[in-house]
Design a protein. Structure first.
Length: 1003
């Protein structure tokens, strides 16, 4: 085929030859210029006319033109034949080619489609699968073609043949099926199958389109899980939640929403319009709507729903609850809402309003000024009381600075600093919050005020709340009271000094009088003289009782009376009072009895001395006023619990009695009765008043039951502890020969300036077997202690030159052994202050004049016992003189055997003490042996301690168990001291066999 020619102006070129020819010579060529020219053996060309001007070429070109004409005819014929053949071929090949093209296109679609395609027959035999099936099930098509459809979809998961059997023949309707396929090593995965029936070649076939929906199902599951979590979260919201779509239809709500709107709960379902729910709820009375305002209320509610306000609205429901409604319109037109139950908040709000109302009323009616300041110290509030005391009206002070108005300008710096501390330092100190200061009135005058301040949080920051009180008058009254108090204290001190002086001045000669009367009573006297002595003794005793009553009253008024609680035996105490008054009762021929109930504990803990004092007063009155009949002391106990008992003491008589209306009067101070009972009165009316003070001071009560002519019944009850175990009580020990023997031979230094008292005391002490030296003042006492050794000092407190207190201080200041000597205060001063002063100076004990011989004896016994115990602590471990005497009386062999046995016995008893545990009997046996061994060999310290422990163990005292470790340590020290002493004495007593001694010690 020649190339196509194209027109280029007035020239044509035949590209096959490229030779120019004139267009007029080849008209046929002109026609063929735009046609296809078949190739031939010759060449043809189109030339320009000017090219023919070459000489000799004209004929040749003419011949060539005729040849070309013939060729052109042939070419046209060939073209027609070719066109006819082409039409024939097109009619045959084109359908085939189109079919092949369609098949290729279909194959490409099947190869590249994402879904799997499977065809199978009625029996489930697979006939065709596309590559997507191979990829989906991870196997080749050759494996699947010919296999059953259950190879892809197991029957147990989905029976496709059963679905096929149930499908109407040639229905032409695709069936959508959810199934599970299996691939690889038994991995199941979700499928969506679209099953279609078709017929081909007279056969019923099925085409199934498989789609792997694993990812979609996973996504759907995630969506479902998210929705479930969202629903669960919504349900678990403490508040009600609701969502309406753009058409105002309910989409979702939680159960709380339905609970709050329970009246219309049946209407709250998805799809229901908000307006319908609101309207029906209003019709059912769900909302508290003013009568006749329902439609207007619904319109307002719908308007707020469609155009939610920024602030939430509040709803009051028919059941009394209040809801706070929050609604917001979303960009897509949906409405989300919350409902919060604020009923409790409303109740609290109402209570707060009531409380605020009460507070306002309280503040307004408060007697004290209440002033509230902000952080800038400007007045925020001002109550009426503040207006009254300051002269400012509330409207003219609020907003103004407190400094310069209420606070004087000169106090500015101090006041502002205090306000800052209170506001900024967690309330400031107590000194900041409570002050006494001067405040300024509106007229410029100043007044004293007492201010209490505190800090609180207000709506706009911290507030300082000040409570102020005008104390100008109170300060004046306080000053007057203080002055009166000072005068009263001066008077009390003067009274106390007077009482102390009078007590000393009266007791000193009284001590001598009573001592001489005691001597006279023990002397041979005739009946007349004896009567005189008895009368004088009674008078002196009455005087002493009056003096004691006055002193007790002074102590009670000053609250200086001490109560000393110690174990005592109530039966012994009552019997002692009976013994004291028995002689007087017999003189008046009265029957005097003491009855103690069996239920009264054997030992109680209380102030036996004060109880005895009350009983003595009551019994003394009973015997004094009873002329015939009897007097009785009755002791009982009740309500015993937790180691305590309510003990009652009753003193009754058959005297003249007292009128019932006077039973309270008798307990008043300086009161005597103007009746027959008072006719015998010889006191000053203090006894019963003191009894009441004493009983109440011990935590009890005292009462009187009486009527004229029926006698009196005085009773007092005390709540007393029960003693844990019997203990020796110093007030109950009998003054017998054993006590006198204990002090016999004692060396006593008596410092007393009064000659009579010196004489009486020396005579008493010498009768008890003591060796007594006397001095007249404290300085002489110090000199006597320098010259001689004494066991105890009886020191008068008031002496010339150097008093007893100063002398005691000087003795205690010494650095030698004399500084430890017991010193007993021996004085006529009976006030508590005097006793305290003496004890603080270092005195060991205190005895009041007139001296009670039994009391003095007990004090001396105790003082000497303490002194000897102190000496025992410094006793030598081994007395070498005693040890030497023992060893001198033994031969060499016997001596060594005895020493070895001594060491062995000591070791065994040491072991017994270490393992005694709670066995008191074991301690008793061990200390008994130790006592004997220690005494024999001169182990003084061990002897004393083991002797005390042995006596305590014999008495069953469990406290001895605590002494066992001390005994063990003392045994070790004693054995070491013994070996040291033996080494020193060996040269004097002879050779000692050390092996058994040292081995026994080491074991």
């Amino acid at each position: 085929m020649a190339k196509r020619c194209w027109h280029s102006g007035r020239r044509y070129s035949l590209l096959a030859c490229g030779l120019p020819v004139h267009l007029a010579l080849l008209p046929a060529i002109a026609h063929a210029a735009d046609t296809q020219i078949p190739a031939s053996g010759g060449q043809a060309g189109v030339f320009a006319l000017a090219d023919l001007m070459v000489p000799g070429l004209g004929l040749a070109l003419l011949m060539l033109g005729f040849g070309l004409g013939i060729a052109h005819s042939r070419w046209r014929l060939a073209c027609r034949l070719r066109e006819e053949e082409s039409r024939r071929l097109t009619d045959i090949e084109m359908p085939r080619r189109r079919a092949e093209d369609r098949e290729a296109r279909l194959q490409a679609i099947l190869d590249w489609m994402g879904e799997g395609l499977v065809t199978f027959d009625e029996l489930g035999k697979i006939e065709f699968v596309n590559p997507a099936i191979e990829r989906m099930f991870r196997c080749s098509g050759t494996e699947l073609v010919g296999a059953g459809i259950s190879r892809l979809v197991p029957v147990e998961r989905r029976d496709l043949l059963k679905i096929v059997a149930a499908k109407p023949p040639a229905s032409g309707v695709a069936v959508a099926i959810d199934a599970e396929g299996v691939r690889g090593e038994g991995e199941y995965f979700p499928l969506e199958i679209s099953l279609t029936e078709y017929r081909f070649g007279g056969r019923r076939l099925f085409a199934a389109l498989f789609r792997d929906v694993s990812e979609r199902r996973t996504a759907e599951n995630r969506v479902h899980e998210a929705e479930a979590r969202l629903r669960e979260a919504i349900e678990f919201l403490p508040d009600a939640f609701v969502l309406y779509d753009a058409d105002d239809r309910l989409v979702i709500c939680n159960e709380r929403y339905r609970e709050l709107y329970r009246t219309s709960a049946d209407l709250i379902v998805p799809g229901m319009r908000f307006e319908h729910i609101i309207r029906q709820g209003a019709n059912r009375g769900q909302y508290r709507i003013p009568e006749g305002d329902r439609e207007a209320w619904i319109r307002r509610r719908m308007d707020m729903h469609r155009n939610p306000p920024e602030e939430p609205l509040e709803q009051n429901l028919d059941d009394g609850r209040w809801l706070r409604v929050f609604e917001r319109r979303m960009p897509d037109g949906r409405t989300v809402g919350f409902r919060i139950d604020i009923t409790e908040l409303k109740l609290r709000q109402a209570e707060l309003e009531r409380s605020e109302g009460r507070l306002r009323a309280l503040v307004s009616g408060a007697l004290d000024a209440i002033i509230i300041l902000d952080e800038a110290c400007h007045v925020v509030d001002f109550n009426p009381a503040a207006e009254r005391i300051s002269g400012y009206r509330r409207d003219e002070i609020v907003g103004r600075p407190v400094v310069g108005t209420l606070v004087p300008e000169r106090h500015r710096e101090m006041a502002e600093a205090r306000f800052r501390r209170i506001m900024n330092e967690e309330g400031g100190s107590e000194a900041d919050r409570r002050i006494n200061s001067r405040a300024r009135r509106r007229d410029g005058s100043e007044f004293h005020c007492e201010i209490a301040m505190n800090c609180a949080m207000g709506p706009n920051g911290k507030l300082l709340i000040a409570f102020a009180r005008d104390v100008t008058e109170e300060r004046a009254k306080a000053a007057a009271l203080q002055e009166a108090k000072i005068r009263a204290e001066d008077a009390n001190r003067a009274k106390a000094n007077f009482l102390a002086m009078m007590s000393h001045e009266i007791r000193t000669p009284l001590n001598a009088v009573m001592g001489i009367l005691d001597f006279l009573r023990d002397s041979p006297l005739n009946s007349r003289q004896r009567r005189y002595v008895r009368t004088a003794t009674d008078s002196a005793t009455a005087l002493l009782n009056i003096l004691n009553d006055i002193l007790d009253l002074s102590r009670l008024e000053a609250r200086r009376l001490d109560f000393i609680n110690k174990p005592f035996a109530p039966r012994t105490l009552a019997q002692g009072v009976r013994d004291l008054f028995m002689a007087r009762a017999e003189e008046k021929r009265l029957t005097f009895t003491v009855t103690v109930d069996p239920g009264v504990p054997a030992r109680l803990v209380g102030d036996a001395g004060r109880i005895r004092q009350v009983l003595i007063n009551l019994v003394g009155n009973a015997i004094k006023f009873t002329e015939a009949g009897n007097v009785n002391i009755h002791v009982s106990a009740a309500d015993e619990r937790e180691g305590r008992a309510n003990v009652s003491f009753v003193v009754s008589d058959t005297g003249p009695g007292i009128a019932p209306q006077l039973t309270e009067v008798v307990f008043q101070k300086f009161t005597t009765l103007d009746n027959s009972r008072a006719g015998n009165a010889d006191g000053v009316g203090l006894g019963l008043a003191i009894c009441r003070e004493l009983v109440e001071g011990m935590g009890g009560t005292i009462a009187l039951e009486s009527a004229l002519g029926e006698g009196c019944r005085f009773s007092f009850a005390l709540d007393l502890a029960i003693a844990a175990r019997p203990l020796a009580d110093e007030d109950e020990r009998k003054v017998d020969s054993a006590d006198i023997e204990a002090i016999a031979g004692a060396r006593v230094l008596l410092a007393e300036d009064n000659r009579t008292n010196r004489m009486m005391t020396v005579d008493l002490l010498e009768r008890w077997g003591c060796r007594v030296d006397c001095v007249a003042d404290g300085r002489e006492a110090l000199q006597a202690l320098d010259r001689k050794t004494y066991d105890v000092v009886l020191m008068d407190v008031s002496m010339p030159v150097l008093d007893g207190v100063s002398a005691t201080q000087a003795i205690r200041a010494r650095g030698d052994k004399v500084a430890e000597i017991p010193i007993i205060a021996f004085t006529a001063h009976a006030l508590v202050e005097e006793r305290d002063r003496a004890l603080q100076a270092g005195m060991s004990d205190f005895v009041t004049k007139p001296v009670s011989p039994p009391d003095l004896l007990r004090r001396l016994v105790d003082a000497l016992q303490l002194s000897r115990e102190a000496e025992g602590e410094n006793a030598p471990l081994i007395d070498r003189e005693v040890l030497k005497d023992v060893l001198d009386n033994l031969s060499g062999e016997t001596r060594n055997r005895v020493l070895a046995q001594f060491m062995q016995d000591m070791r065994e008893k040491r072991q017994d003490l270490m393992t005694c545990g709670g066995d008191i009997a074991k301690v008793e046996r061990a200390t008994h042996v130790l006592n004997s061994l220690a005494g024999t060999f001169g182990a003084e310290a061990l002897f004393r301690l083991s002797d005390e422990a042995n006596r305590a163990a014999l008495a069953g005292d469990a406290g001895v168990l605590a002494e066992a470790p001390h005994l063990v340590n003392l045994i070790d020290a004693t054995l070491a001291a013994l070996i040291e002493a033996l080494a020193i004495l060996e040269a004097d007593v002879g050779e000692i066999d050390w092996d058994p001694i040292l081995s026994s010690r080491a074991s």
